[in-house]
Write a protein that binds this ligand. Structure first.
Ligand code: PCA
Length: 321
């Protein structure tokens, strides 16, 4: 087919064998992560539904772009789509970080309600950057990994504490710990080299990093339920034929539903895996819960002072549910 015919075919959105394309998709987390597994299923569904017209090649564990660059790589069109941890964008707008506000949404029901309130605003904010959200999936609730039992917030003072977003950095600082930003894939090394000695993350990431190799206690503080998001470059999406676009959106909707189910199943299975590997699975003491919730309340007060109208609207919609 000559170039002219191809261009006309492309402009008309006609899928031809010659047009079959492959999309590279960077993701931050490793292959054992349920988010990655869910995304691979999404890619298979798209390939199948489009009869191979669109193939998505998943590049996991930050192998194509480091986590912190994935959003801008999609925005600039270097790659057509990618996944990242939504709340890492909280410095752009507080609306992005709300799922990581300590003790604001701590169950899956809360998290679903928060996402429903967040979604229209996130869509609008990302649309300004030429990005379109495809789906978002929650991690299991975030718990505390330490050596030895943490009876009160005071026990966290001075600990080198792994952080993964601005909210956790602030939370650790307010607990008088010393936050250090570390990507999930680097957790084992950060502990073995002494760069960090405690963290807050899900049982998924805890078990996948073999937390039992470097800490002995998991305290189920269930502090927040943060999400990953998959976004596509709007222009790349618009260039797809209408039938392919439809297939992508249908597979994305399925991936969102499936991902939340996988997350729920993981919460229990991965906690059991940590227990089976010798970790103590502890409930937080009343004093610890009280202390952590006080930090959460302080953070939310500060948040309200800085939040723009969009972020405030999310909070109000969520709280009015
Ligand atoms: N795992 C990711 C994000 C939240 C989670 O549970 C991490 O620890 O980086």
């Amino acid at each position: 087919m000559n170039k002219f015919v191809l261009t006309v075919a492309a402009a008309m959105g006609i899928a031809t064998a010659a047009q079959a394309q492959t999309w590279d998709m960077p993701t931050p987390y490793g292959d054992a992560t349920f988010h990655t597994q869910n995304i691979r299923e999404f890619a298979e569904d798209v390939a199948e539904a489009t009869g191979g017209a669109l193939t998505i090649e998943v590049h996991s564990a930050g192998s194509l772009f480091p986590h912190g660059e994935i959003k801008n790589a999609v925005r600039s069109g270097q790659v057509p789509l990618g996944e990242f941890f939504l709340s890492t964008l909280a410095n752009e707008d507080l609306a992005f970080g709300m799922d990581s506000q300590p003790f604001l949404a701590t169950s899956y029901d809360d998290a679903e309600a928060l996402w429903a309130a967040q979604k229209p605003v996130i869509e609008e904010l990302l649309a300004k950057q030429g990005l379109k959200p495809l789906f978002s999936v929650a991690w299991p609730a975030q718990g505390l990994y330490t050596n030895g039992e943490i009876a009160t917030v005071d026990d966290l003072a001075g600990l080198r504490f792994r952080a993964y977003n601005p909210a956790l950095e602030q939370f650790a600082t307010l607990a008088k710990a010393a936050p250090v930003q570390v990507e999930a894939a680097d957790i084992p090394q950060a502990f073995t080299t002494g760069q960090v000695e405690a963290m807050i993350t899900s049982p998924s990431t805890g078990a996948n990093s073999k937390a039992w190799d470097f800490v002995d206690t998991y305290t189920q503080i269930d502090a927040w339920v943060p999400k990953n998001i998959v976004v596509v470059n709007q222009r790349a999406f618009d260039r797809l034929g209408a039938d392919v676009q439809e297939a992508v959106l249908a597979a994305a909707a399925e991936a969102e539903t499936r991902g939340w189910e996988m997350s729920k199943a993981e919460a229990e299975a991965k906690t059991a895996e940590m227990k089976a590997n010798g970790m103590t699975i502890a409930a937080p003491s009343a004093a610890l819960t009280e202390g952590l919730q006080a930090i959460g309340a302080q953070m939310l007060d500060g948040w309200k002072e800085k939040a723009g109208p969009e972020a405030m609207a999310i909070l109000e919609a969520y709280e009015a549910r």
